[in-house]
Write a protein that binds this ligand. Structure first.
Ligand code: NHR
Length: 178
């Protein structure tokens, strides 16, 4: 999220692409990104999933919060709640995620350890459209990193994250490029 906000500033997305990061929404009030966003003068909102009796009700509240900004694009960044088909359908074609694997390999969680356990020689990250089926939407951008001798899930995650911070802003800029 911070990498996207910083790219938007550094690359003057407002002037060049006519877009801005309108707000930052988290389901967790303790998310570090909220304070970072607030410190960078962005509107922030918390929609706490624990306050709702079902995924459908949580997603409705999340949708209401996001729709107040009439978003052209909704960007998941470290968002960890599976979204209902209703939510995904509402933002069809304008809801994207970055997943820490070279999709279609290793959908779901714990991707780096699973890539190591499988003996992969490369790992990476994928920016993709969000569809009702988890981690299955069209691929918008990918970056690969070699898996080094003696690599742990932690060291791999760190190097993949560096790439994520590059390709996610790139994919968003390309989404809006004329
Ligand atoms: N929702 C839909 N419908 N489709 C996708 O592709 C989604 C999505 C919601 C989030 C991000 C994804 C990732 O990049 C994402 C993609 C969370 C889980 C998960 O199992 C899976 C994939 C992703 C994010 N979440 C658990 C749940 O019950 C909670 C896990 C936790 O809180 O730690 O929602 O990794």
């Amino acid at each position: 999220m911070a990498a996207i906000v910083q790219a938007a500033q550094a690359q003057r997305w407002q002037e060049v692409l006519g877009v801005r990061v309108a707000a930052v929404i988290s389901n967790r009030s303790d998310a570090k990104g909220l304070k970072w966003a607030q410190d960078h003068d962005l509107p922030i909102h918390v929609v706490d999933h624990k306050a709702f009796g079902s995924r459908a009700l949580f997603d409705q509240a999340l949708q209401q919060c996001a729709d107040a900004y009439a978003p052209d694009l909704v960007v998941l960044a470290g968002f960890m709640r599976i979204l209902t088909p209703e939510f995904v359908g509402h933002y069809a074609g304008k809801l994207i995620n970055i997943h820490p694997s070279l999709l279609p390999a290793f959908t779901g969680l714990n991707t780096h350890q699973r890539a190591l356990d499988a003996g992969c020689q490369f790992a990476g990250a994928t920016v993709h459209q969000v569809t009702p089926e988890l981690d299955h939407g069209a691929i918008l951008a990918q970056a690969a990193v070699p898996i080094l001798p003696g690599e742990s899930a932690e060291t791999l995650a760190k190097r993949v994250l560096t790439q994520e911070h590059l390709i996610y802003p790139q994919a968003i800029a390309r989404f809006f490029a004329p």
